[in-house]
Ligand binder design. Structure first.
Ligand code: ATP
Length: 248
């Protein structure tokens, strides 16, 4: 569904994504793992196109130059020059790092904003689904986003992304800063969403351990390059992955 070939992203002269080629199969969950600064967020922003907005903003300020090279094909179409809002219309939806929900809007308002381009029927069906996967959100419907816990905010961020009717759902470090119990709930939620909706999903995480069991295929990034890839079992059995990312 998504094919990336020889992708390179530079911030000024420093390289953040170094010649990555990867392939995301329809319906599965693809994991992208790597330490701080490995290039995960840059890769997610490049797939969703947000990097093009960032590039434009920087150019208007006369500052840092961002360069993106290589090809990104989504459902057979080359999209590397397509703007982020047009990619969103095609179904590529990013749930960004650190949640970025609207803190002063209620849970319901946040979800409605996510579904602004959906039809009434899609929005209603998805809202019911979000409340089934994350029942806590239903109880908190009227609560302002800023008053939710970290885990609840993450559920809301994923719910809001689902409301946008993704074909490719990109979750950038959804477990960041969560307790082990909340991590488990979120991982189960991500797995259930994938099973029920079959939406192709990409999940990036610094710590692979909680997410490895639910992925269909994964890539490990180091200094911007993809150094290891494999199925969930292959990555779990890889001695380098064990040592570096599983603490074994
Ligand atoms: P984290 O887990 O900290 O989010 P990451 O794997 O997502 O890390 P990126 O945020 O993509 O990594 O960063 C990759 C590299 O690009 C790092 O060296 C980082 O310092 C650099 N970088 C990221 N954003 C910018 C920016 N706006 N300007 C300059 N350099 C940047």
């Amino acid at each position: 569904m998504l094919e990336i070939k020889n992708l390179m992203v530079f911030y000024e002269n420093s390289i953040a994504v170094n010649n990555i080629s990867l392939s995301v199969k329809q319906r599965g969950i693809t994991g992208i793992f790597g330490a701080n600064s490995a290039g995960k967020s840059t890769l997610m922003k490049t797939i969703s196109g947000i990097i093009l907005d960032q590039k434009k903003k920087q150019e208007m300020k006369g500052g840092e130059r961002i360069t993106v090279l290589g090809s990104i094909t989504f459902c057979g179409e080359e999209i590397s020059k397509v703007l982020p809002h047009q990619r969103a219309k095609k179904g590529i939806i990013l749930c960004p790092e650190r949640r970025r929900i609207f803190a002063e809007s209620s849970v319901m308002e946040n979800l409605r904003i996510g579904g602004i381009l959906a039809t009434k029927a899609e929005a209603k069906r998805t809202l019911d689904f979000v409340f089934t996967v994350f029942p806590a959100l239903k109880e908190l419907k009227r609560r302002e986003g800023g008053f939710l816990s970290g885990g609840e905010q993450q559920m809301l961020a994923i719910g809001r992304a689902l409301m946008a009717q993704p074909k490719l759902l990109i979750l950038d470090e959804p477990l960041l800063g969560l307790s082990p119990l909340m991590e488990q709930m979120l991982v189960k939620g991500i797995k259930d969403i994938n099973k029920e909706t079959q939406i192709t999903t990409i999940v990036s995480e610094q710590y692979a351990r909680p997410v490895l069991p639910i992925i269909t295929y994964g890539y490990v990034l180091e200094n911007g390059g993809a150094v290891v890839d494999g199925t969930s079992e292959e990555l779990m059995d890889n001695p380098d992955v064990k040592a570096a990312y599983l603490g074994m």
